[in-house]
Every structure is written in C-alpha cells, then in structure tokens.
Design a protein around this ligand. Structure first.
Ligand SMILES: [Zn+2]
Length: 318
C-alpha cells in the first residue's frame, strides 16, 4: 500500500480524494518575526483557517497540500491543529524558495549534500522537534534564470527524492525555466512522473505546456484567481485546450491562495486590491469549474485532475 505523510501521520494514497495541490495556510516573508510591531493572534488565525477548510470540506475537498518552503513562515503545528479540527488531510513540504525572496544566507553557504540531508531529515524524522514529517519537496526558480543557489536546491531536492521517494513540486516565475528545472532534476535521476512544474498556468503558451507534458511531468494549473500574475481567462482557455487534446492525466488544479499573511499587512493600491479580490480557496469550485463545464470539460476529466493525478503524484498507480 502506497502511503503519503500528512501532518497527522501517514495515510494511504486511496484516502486522498479531491485534492487542492498548492495552497497555503500562512506565509510570512523571511524577517517578519523580527518586526516588533507585528502581531500574530494564533487562536484567531487558527479559528479562521478551520472555518475556511470546513467550507472546502462541504465542497468535497478532502486534501489540502501546503507546499510552504522552510523559510516562509511554515508552521506544521498550526497545520496539524487545523487538520485535527477539520478532518481535512493537510500535507506540508520541505524545501527552499527562490534566490530573490528566500534561501537565507545560512543555506547559501551549504553544499548540495548538506541541503539534501536537511530535506531528508524533514521527510523521514520530522520538522524541528515537532515529529511532523514533510510529505513532499518544494523547490523554486526565479524569472528567466536559475541562480547558483537555486540550482543547488534543485539538486538537493533530486537527491532527497532519490533517497526517500518523496515527490517534488516546483515554483516557476511567470512560467519560465520549467524545462531547465527538469534538465537539472534529470541529471540527478529524478522520476518525472513524480514532479509537478508549478505555476505553469502563468502563460497561455501551449508550446511551453506541451514541451513539459512531453517529458512526463504534471503541470500545475495552480494559481486560479491570481489575476495580478496572469488572467484567469487565459488560464481557462489554455487548460481547455490541453484537455481537448487529451492531457487531463498530467494537470493538477489549485489557487496558491494564502489564508493569512504573517507580519503587518501591506498597504495596497486600489488596483492591487481588485487583483486580489477573487482570491480564495473556493474560487475553482464556485467560478472556474462551471466555466470549464460550459466549454465541454467532463466530470471524468475533473475527477482525473483533482483525484487521480494527486494519487499518482504521491505514488499510487492510477
Ligand atoms: Zn505557493
């Protein structure tokens, strides 16, 4: 029986059910903990997240993958509390973010094998002293380039994957460098059927999508509602195109929504506010799936993307 590590312990991949493959409970940019004016009302935030996940449960969602990397405010204990209270399976990650916004100096000074050892430890023994194990590996690259430190993290992810069997989910910036990420992972011997190239919906370039699909990976159409990065209209058009030519088995869906930003809130312009207005954990179910159905996407295709593909990514045969 193939198993996946949730924040409350292992479950069989059969138990995953409808899965959102890229969401976040909390995120905080590195350094937020040093702001003496930042407040974190843990009880209030936990109660809010429980309410949101219970709403997801009424929409049929049973698994919530939170690929927050190590340095962005990851909080496995809070995730465990939310999972316990809601019955939703939550899966957290090990791994590091982009050079521009993450990879603190301590990690930049480490070798590939030292970073891989950190990832392996979090996958097999647990994160810190929590005993909570990561269920997947996150890695990330920036716009149009892969820096030296990002490459080290990709290689470390590949080595931790080889050692533990844990799958890999990546972050790409504006859907660039997906193939270059794969070139590096290939040289570490990674099994591409266990890789999601995240944020592939940041372009409507079907040539880019097909170049990735042809290598056997999953595409993350995982930023529905993030209009500030790319319009949903183009996400839906390219997704409908890929489904029409038979690629349902290589696409996973999500929002990359953040339930709570740690630290003091940012002051946003009205335009930014409008861009963020459609962000939620439920936008897919309320707005996107109806539009896909209207252009002929079948229930079976939705089931493949939201149930079967997550199971295959985490190691099941479907
Ligand atoms: Zn994310």
């Amino acid at each position: 029986m193939k198993q996946v590590q949730t924040v409350l312990g292992p479950i069989s991949v059969e138990q995953l059910g409808v899965s959102l493959m890229h969401e976040h409970l909390v995120i905080g940019w590195p350094g937020w903990v040093f702001d003496p004016l930042a407040r974190f009302d843990r009880m209030k935030v936990t109660a809010m997240l429980i309410e949101r996940l219970l709403e997801l449960k009424t929409l049929g969602v049973s698994t919530f993958v939170d690929p927050c990397p190590i340095e962005l405010g990851r909080n496995p204990e809070l995730a465990a509390e939310v999972a316990e209270a809601t019955g939703v399976h939550i899966i957290c990650a090990t791994g590091l973010y982009t050079n521009r916004l993450g990879i603190p100096v301590y990690f930049r000074q480490r070798s590939v094998d030292e970073i891989a050892d950190i990832f392996k430890r979090e996958l097999t023994d647990g994160i810190g002293s929590s005993g909570i194990r990561a269920g997947l590996i996150k890695c990330a690259t920036g716009l149009n380039e892969i820096t030296r430190h990002e490459e080290k993290c990709l290689r470390a992810a590949g080595r931790a994957h080889k050692a533990t069997g844990a799958p890999i989910l990546t972050h790409t910036e504006s859907a660039t460098m997906g193939n270059e990420q794969l070139d590096i992972l290939a040289s570490e011997g990674v099994d591409f059927t266990r890789v999601i190239i995240g944020h592939s919906c940041g372009t409507a370039d079907l040539r880019y999508h097909l170049s990735l699909v042809d290598r056997g990976v999953f595409l993350g159409f995982d930023r529905f509602g993030l209009e500030t990065a790319f319009p949903d209209r183009l996400r839906i058009a390219s997704l409908a195109g890929l489904l029409a030519i038979g690629h349902a088995r290589q696409i996973v869906l999500s929002h990359d929504h953040v339930g709570h930003w740690l630290g003091r809130p940012l002051v946003r312009t009205p335009e930014q506010q409008r861009g963020f207005a459609r962000r939620s954990y439920t936008h897919l179910f309320k707005d996107v799936l109806p539009k896909l159905r209207a252009v002929g996407v079948s229930e079976a295709q939705v089931q493949t993307m939201m149930v079967d593909n997550p199971r295959r990514f985490f190691g099941g045969d479907y």
